[in-house]
Design a binder for this molecule. Structure first.
Ligand SMILES: NC(=O)c1ccc[n+]([C@@H]2O[C@H](COP(=O)([O-])OP(=O)(O)OC[C@H]3O[C@@H](n4cnc5c(N)ncnc54)[C@H](OP(=O)(O)O)[C@@H]3O)[C@@H](O)[C@H]2O)c1
Length: 396
């Protein structure tokens, strides 16, 4: 028996029934199981199982889904077989959202898709008491009707939405900002680089590569999505800025962010990725000239997110390609890095710097897994608390 149980038995003056303090089974449903992040999460569910069991936690995969179908198996799905079983046994995609809502709890739903359709079900799941973990930016940065529906559903049931990987992957960005906000800090201003794709592209431009070629390379290296429109339009980084600012208690949505795209949005209006990359050649000369001017002035282009608090408490949120001196901390980042430099009441003496690799499948999946464990442990504690309460009541 573990030391905690012996202590508990001393306090209660009686032996514990089998369930209290025993291994906790927490069920997990994974959406996006066949994607890059989803597959890596499946590997972690498999390889970390033994260590988790030793700490009294058993994560049982009971549902998987992708854009083509879904599979529910209440007895559990071996993570290493999940994608294959989904392909062979999966039901057509319709009906998954309701089926998940009817699964027994405790349950954690992992949304590793980039789907707006999946996000539209968050209010329903959260209202059913299901905790959600996600790297999908579309939920935490949703416009008001959906954002308010998500927060109302959470308030009613106390279900959690953990999204720490939506900005900076595994970097401690959102948790830090939420902790500062909870502790009464007042952020005065910050500047940040939030897009690894655009960092890579602007870095390549400063070394003389053409825009279209730089974007092609970013796609090949996995920094950019196969269709990089959302990166180049600034939408992806603007959504991250919305999520950061909501963590600081700001009432903000995407349309409140002043967003200057890297290239004219008319160029990006092309659904076919290879054609889009060819179209970008139209902006090659403009960016060559800009890069040359910056070099002559000992400056660098960065895609800079910024926030400046106003006297009313609200502030100006902006995302734009901007020139900064080459020795500016945000100009010295490696292509894969994100960074935040923040000035607040608590950080008056010197600003807070958080920087490091801020994307990539391994780091994102590691952050999703950490959020999953935090949620599962919280559920396990809640269950134990209920059982101890029952025990104390029965003993009274
Ligand atoms: N990769 C990174 O470095 C990184 C970093 C930070 C955040 N993220 C975020 O993490 C999420 C996953 O990224 P990823 O790179 O793994 O994407 P991905 O490789 O494109 O995988 C997306 C997964 O979602 C599934 N999917 C799409 N629409 C769906 C729907 N309507 N219902 C159910 N499943 C659906 C896809 O199914 P199919 O297999 O059938 O297509 C696929 O399994 C995204 O939100 C992304 O923005 C990724």
């Amino acid at each position: 028996m573990c030391a905690a149980n012996i202590k508990l038995e001393e306090i209660l003056g009686q032996s514990l029934p089998g369930r209290v303090g025993a291994t906790r089974h927490i069920d997990v449903a994974l959406i996006g199981a066949s994607g890059r992040v989803g597959r890596r999460v499946l590997e972690l569910l498999q390889t970390r199982q033994r260590a988790l069991l030793a700490s009294g936690l058993c994560l049982r995969l009971v549902a998987v889904a992708n854009s083509r179908g879904w599979l529910i198996a209440r007895e559990g799905i071996a993570p290493e077989q999940a994608v294959e079983r989904l392909a062979n046994e999966g039901a057509a995609v319709v009906g998954f959202a309701d089926a998940v809502g009817r699964l027994p709890q405790p349950l954690v739903l992992l949304d590793c898709s980039a789907s707006a359709e999946v996000v539209s079900h968050y209010p329903h799941w959260l209202a059913a008491g299901i905790d959600v973990v996600t790297p999908n930016k579309l939920g935490p940065s949703a416009d008001w009707p959906l954002a308010r529906a998500i927060s109302s559903a959470r308030a009613v049931t106390g279900a959690t939405l953990r999204d720490s990987t939506t900005v900076g992957a595994q970097l401690p960005l959102l948790d830090t900002l939420r902790a500062l906000e909870d502790a009464g800090d007042r952020v005065l201003r910050f500047e940040a680089v939030l897009s690894g794709t655009l960092s890579y592209v602007l870095g390549s431009l400063s070394r003389g590569t053409g825009l279209a070629q730089a974007v092609r390379e970013a796609v090949v290296l996995g920094y950019a999505e196969p269709h990089p429109g959302r990166d180049l339009s600034g939408e992806d980084a603007a959504r991250k800025l919305v999520i950061l600012l909501r963590a600081l208690g700001q009432d903000i949505q995407l349309s409140d962010v002043e967003c200057v795209p890297l290239v004219d949005v008319a160029l990006l209006d092309e659904p076919d990725a290879p054609s889009l990359l060819n179209r970008l050649e139209a902006a090659d000369e403009t960016w060559r000239a800009r890069a040359a001017v910056a070099q002559a002035r000992r400056e660098r282009w960065i895609y800079r997110a910024s926030f400046e608090r106003s006297d009313t408490g609200r502030g100006r949120a902006r995302i734009a390609p901007e020139r900064v001196p080459i020795d500016h901390p945000l100009a010295r980042l490696a292509p894969c890095e994100n960074a935040l430099i923040l000035h607040s009441d608590y950080y008056r003496a010197a600003p807070l710097h958080i920087a490091g690799p801020g994307a990539g499948t391994d780091l994102t999946a590691a952050g999703v897994f950490a959020d999953l464990l935090a949620t599962a442990r919280q559920q396990a504690i809640a269950r134990t608390a209920i059982e101890i309460e029952d025990l104390v009541e029965a003993a009274a």
